[in-house]
Design a protein around this ligand. Structure first.
Ligand code: SAM
Length: 330
């Protein structure tokens, strides 16, 4: 630790905490949790909101300034809006955002806004109702799309649409999805599929960043945009004349480990230093045994000291990461 900051062994300043508040999800996306088989954690194995808030406060004292709430599906957890409100009020946090599949968005936008949420990421891999059901296992494209439009009308900005690019599944739609950036101020983020979990999709020719860009380039002149300090790993672009942006997240073909500033708190109270490595530090046990904030802070530092310099995932290779994104918190 250096001046109340978390600096790992590779001199990266860790200031971003992604917090999964539940392992439950109302969808079973083929690339994430296809059978919804994750053994659901018993309720008492999941961090309570007060526990999550205490852990975050310890992180904030160590320089965490950005928090993303994710899951599972965060909007399925009871009490989430109260939790968000308390989280946003923590002194020292500059940015709180939420990743959701949007299926429950439409009736809850005002609650999100009252809690203080200003921007959201919504996962949307297709613009076709039938395909949405094939990908997610649920016929909720229309309500999700309505939720996204209502969120835009309600002033949430930016709305980032997360699109996992999947060959043979939605590759025929990348251009149509990118075209949305002309009519809507959305930030459309194409994400390379990460072969994570035991049920990863084998694909001889995965859709990687250069190919994704190639598929959409005929839409117009695509100008690169410089990244801002608090930006994520997306390489940003904008079509000339477009309202919104395009982002490409090339976790596999061109990983961004050297600038990774993240730690992850799982719903079960484990602190992970890398999405694509199993190493974690247990926080829930010491927390429930009554440990001090100082002891929790030391666990943060220990997790940081084990942050690998690079993840070891290569194209189309199954990786030795237990569980899938829905349990780790993507
Ligand atoms: N339920 C929320 C949602 O759907 O946005 C939050 C959790 S979800 C695990 C978070 C993000 O992880 C989503 O944008 C999803 O597309 C992404 N994701 C899940 N599995 C992935 C994979 N194998 N490769 C790339 N992205 C993945």
């Amino acid at each position: 630790m250096n001046d109340g900051k978390i600096i790992d062994n590779h001199n990266r300043l860790l200031s971003y905490l992604r917090v999964s508040i539940t392992d439950r999800c109302n969808l079973k996306c083929i690339y994430c949790n296809p059978d919804n088989l994750n053994p659901k954690l018993p309720h008492d194995h999941i961090l309570r909101y007060e526990e999550i808030l205490r852990i975050i406060k310890v992180g904030v004292n160590l320089g965490i300034s950005k928090v993303r709430v994710t899951g599972g599906e965060p909007l399925v957890r009871k009490g989430v809006y109260d939790f968000l409100e308390k989280l946003i009020k923590i002194k020292g946090i500059q940015d709180v955002s939420l990743t959701t599949n949007g299926a429950l968005l439409k009736d809850n936008i005002e609650k999100l806004k009252s809690a203080g949420i200003k921007r959201i990421n919504v996962s949307l891999d297709t613009l076709k109702r039938k395909k949405y059901k094939e990908i997610t296992g649920r016929d909720s494209f229309l309500q999700t799309w309505e939720g996204i439009e209502l969120a835009q009308e309600a002033g949430l900005y930016p709305i980032k649409l997360n699109v996992v690019a999947l060959n043979g599944i939605n590759d025929d739609e990348l251009k149509d999805i990118a075209r949305l950036s002309f009519s809507h101020p959305f930030h459309i983020r194409f994400i390379e599929y990460m072969p994570i979990g035991s049920r990863f999709i084998k694909n001889e020719s995965p859709l990687l960043a250069p190919e994704i860009l190639k598929r959409i380039e005929s839409l117009g002149k695509l100008n690169p945009i410089a990244n801002e300090t608090n930006d994520g790993p997306a390489k940003r672009f904008k079509f000339e004349g477009a309202l919104g942006e395009i982002g490409i997240i090339s976790s596999i073909s061109h990983h961004f480990c050297e600038t990774c500033n993240r730690l992850r708190l799982t719903a079960s109270g484990q602190l992970r230093s890398c999405l694509l490595a199993d190493y974690h530090q247990d926080l829930i046990t010491p927390l429930r045994k009554g440990c001090s904030d100082n002891e929790l802070a030391n666990i943060f530092l220990k997790a940081a000291s084990h942050k690998p310099f690079k993840h070891k995932v290569a194209v189309n290779q199954s990786i030795a990461v237990k569980g899938n994104m829905s349990s780790i918190g993507g």
